[in-house]
Design a protein around this ligand. Structure first.
Ligand code: BGC
Length: 430
């Protein structure tokens, strides 16, 4: 039996990324961005969004749809210019019923999109033609603003009949089947882009948008997209970055996942996965040491039973309330708290390293201020997460870190979808 302190020291070595390793990540990420943009093999897809910065004078009523995580949300938004807006109506529903009644994340496309259309139907203004912006938070090959083909599912979604198809057409059909032909899907857009659009609606310094939630991804304003004439938001699909300093727990998680080898960065950073990492490390510690707790609850043996929420509970000052954690003796909880900290800090540091690579691409000497617009439960709620990002930015950029402002932009999908729909309307998409 290996001593617990020895194991904790080796876990520290496995999860801690020192400046050299983070610098390596910055450089590798920069190289793969350049490769992805010029069509060379790369784990970064660098997908064009066909959207550019708002001029901040956008006005009008738009439908917004947010499809991409745990919930699906339909909204009617009034844009009022200069960052101002009003939510006129909204409806939210989980994609998978927590009580087990339904699960559209694994349903056939027709059922899934009919469910989406049913939500829109509840708030669509009667008899009025309205453009809709569709935040679809999965990797799509876009050939135009309203022409987006799903490349592959992430976040362990498995709904059938969507991969390889145009999600705009699927939505349009579902709307038509419900007699909602006055709702015109005018733009399909990634959630990173809607987050950035939302920030850029009020500040011209916003150049990067990122999601640190269930999934992880970043977009930015590319000054020279190959073949483009104007600056364009590019969806990096950074969660798929493959040159990551992974450890054996990451490899174990990856090999048991739906798509081994893909989404390597997301599997180290995203909320969908960090609880699973904690579970795998916890199981290992339990097997190789005498935890005071004699028997782990059976659920610890079920993949994905430990969630990011459980991990967050461990990091809060109050005692945890999750049954998975209360079943453990206090000293064992303490050990797991250290592991939770290692996982959290590593996720934040990796994310910060990728942002530095992006800033360096668009402003190599960091002469301008940059706002990074961030949404997602990890950034907003996970104790220590945003602070760890700031630490990494400062340690890698020194004084220049003051040019970067990280800003929480909550629920950008509503306003951002409306702004995307507005650009679609101007391009004559409806
Ligand atoms: C998806 C991205 C998305 C991110 C955040 C990832 O799993 O591939 O498209 O932006 O999650 O929602």
């Amino acid at each position: 039996m290996i001593s617990l302190s020895l194991s904790l020291a080796s876990l520290q070595a496995l999860f801690h990324l020192d400046t050299d390793r983070l610098t390596y990540v910055v450089e590798a990420f920069s190289g793969q961005m350049a490769d992805g943009l010029t069509g060379r093999p790369s784990s970064l897809a660098m997908l064009p969004s066909y959207l550019t910065c708002p001029d901040r004078r956008e006005h009008g009523d738009y439908m917004a749809l947010d499809f991409g995580g745990t919930n699906i949300r339909a909204m009617l938004i009034r844009l009022l210019g200069q960052g101002r807006f009003a939510v006129l109506a909204h409806r939210t529903a989980p994609l998978a019923d927590p009580a087990g009644g339904y699960d559209y994340t694994a349903a056939p496309a027709k059922e899934l999109f009919d469910f989406v259309a049913s939500l829109i139907a509840e708030i669509a203004p009667p008899q009025k033609t309205v453009a809709l912006g569709h935040t679809f938070s999965f990797p799509c090959r876009q050939n135009g603003l309203n022409d987006a083909v799903l490349l592959y599912w992430t976040k362990e979604f498995t709904a059938t009949g969507v991969v390889g198809n145009n999600v705009n057409t699927l939505l349009q059909q579902a709307l038509a089947d419900r007699g909602l032909s006055t709702i015109i899907p005018a733009a399909v857009v990634n959630d990173t882009v809607t987050t950035l659009l939302t920030a850029a609606y009020s500040t011209p310094d916003a150049t990067i948008g990122s999601i640190c939630g269930t999934g992880h991804n970043t977009c930015y304003l590319e000054p020279q997209f190959p073949g483009g004439t104007r600056p364009m938001y590019v969806n990096i699909e950074s969660g798929n970055f493959a040159a990551v300093p992974a450890n054996p727990y990451d490899d174990l998680l990856d090999s048991a996942s739906d798509r081994p080898g893909s989404g390597r960065l997301e599997k180290m950073c995203g909320g969908r996965y960090i609880g699973e990492l904690l579970r795998l490390v916890g199981l290992d510690l339990f097997r190789h040491h005498r935890f005071i707790t004699e028997n782990l609850p059976t659920r610890w043996h079920e993949p994905y039973s430990v969630t990011a929420k459980d991990l967050a509970e461990l990091l809060q000052p109050a005692s945890p309330s999750s049954p998975l954690l209360t079943a453990l003796a206090a000293p064992d909880q303490h050990v797991l708290r250290m592991v939770a900290e290692l996982i959290t800090v590593r996720s934040a540091h990796l994310v910060a390293a990728t942002w530095i690579a992006i800033v360096r691409r668009i402003d190599p000497d960091l002469v301008r201020p940059h706002v990074i617009a961030i949404d997602g439960s990890l950034y907003e709620k996970l104790p220590g997460y945003s602070a760890a990002i700031d630490v990494a930015l400062s340690s890698l950029l020194g004084e220049k870190a003051s040019q970067i402002t990280c800003r929480l932009v909550k629920d950008g999908s509503g306003v951002g979808s409306a702004l995307a729909a507005c650009q679609g309307e101007k391009k004559g998409m409806c």
